[in-house]
Write a protein that binds this ligand. Sequence first.
Ligand code: ADP
Ligand code: MG
Length: 448
Amino acid sequence: MDLDKLWQSTMGEMEIQLSKANFSMWLRNSRPLDWREGTLYVSLPSTFAKNWVEDKYYKNILGILRNTDSSIKKVEFVINQKAQAQKTAPANNAPEAAAGGLEFGSAELETNLNPRYTLSSFVVGPSNELAYTAAKAIIEKIGKYNPFFIYGGVGLGKTHLIQAIGNEIVSKYDRKIKPKYIPSEQYTREVVWGLRNDRIESVKKKYRDADVLIIDDIQFIGGKEKTEEEFFHTFNALYESNKQIIISSDRPPQSIPTLEARLRSRFEGGFVADIGYPEYEMRVAIIQSKLQEAGRSLREDVVDLIARRLRKNVRELEGVLKKLVFLQEQKGGEVSRAAAEDIIDKAVKNTSKQVGDAQILKAVAEFFNVTIEDIVSHNRRKEIVEPRQIAMYLLREISDLSYPYIGEKMGRDHTTAIHSYEKINQEINRNSSLNQKILTIKDIIYKS
Ligand code: ADP
Ligand code: MG
């Protein structure tokens, strides 16, 4: 049996079934190793990839393989560290090698959607899987999961995903279903304009005629009473006629304090999904996907460096990427690691907010209704252990403090600090109530 051929043709089929971004993230670096007694051994670059592929694609892959050769009984995935090295190799045959692929396109007049945002360029992993799956379901059955409420921090792909839903709907239904996209600030401006110029009826009509209303960053309408009122009626009108409503926000409905209760409960009654921070592998895949879109490449170690250093905001990561690509073009040679480091340092310095340790501890204490003394004490009660771990997590996450420093601050050693950070960091993707707690605490921190 020619293993390479067999695997290639299987991957060919998988590539058709999956989106481009997904395929290159999870399967591009798989390699057949061996075939023994009905088992095909295949290498993958990391445990992370192995778990994901086994979980999501095992059945499909085995099915395709068995169609070709029924003597294959199972597939075993093996982690191969060496494959990691190939991971960041620049993608050849980039389809749209147009210059400036990293730039924004412009929005369509009627839908206000930017065609640049597609599902196939959206990299999926544990931190956004639920939201992505929901998006697919919504495209299939418009109006069934209503409203769809997606929330998550800045630059994590909310706008990308909700606009992609709109764009997919336009192409899938051959323009017969009309989505309309609007950031909530713009909606507010239109409502204010309508009220002032006696044209509110035309604003009303504009949004009630949509088949799918996509409203971005809804948190900004909180507290703007007239706009909320208007939106509430539009929401109800659309909802009652089974039109799809898609809403994004930087936090869950219950954490938008100024939002009117009746709107909040409407939102809570829908399909609520969160987007968390992308894992390292996802960040690498996102970088590769952006580079490929732009028909550009960067050195492997530079890609790795960007993915390691920029963990919390994909937009920021893209900003650095653009700078590096630009620099590379100007110099006409590869950007060195040192130059990349320099650019990343500047980007990180610009965005990290100056938040003090005391502020973080105070906010955690306030949220859990415990004292700061409790948090730094050696008390092992569950009600104290959780705030303590979250405090260590936030000291790292927000202030980027070293583990030894955090340990000392909390009266512990650095391994405890590492353990706490890692534990919360993993858990946050699986446990949405934990994620919510942390979002709310961050809110308290940034408001103080
Ligand atoms: P948000 O609306 O959550 O603040 P955006 O949707 O504007 O974030 O995302 C910021 C940038 O990061 C966009 O250019 C988007 O394409 C990119 N991005 C974020 N998440 C992903 C992802 N999972 N796959 C590909 N690109 C992403
Ligand atoms: Mg956005």
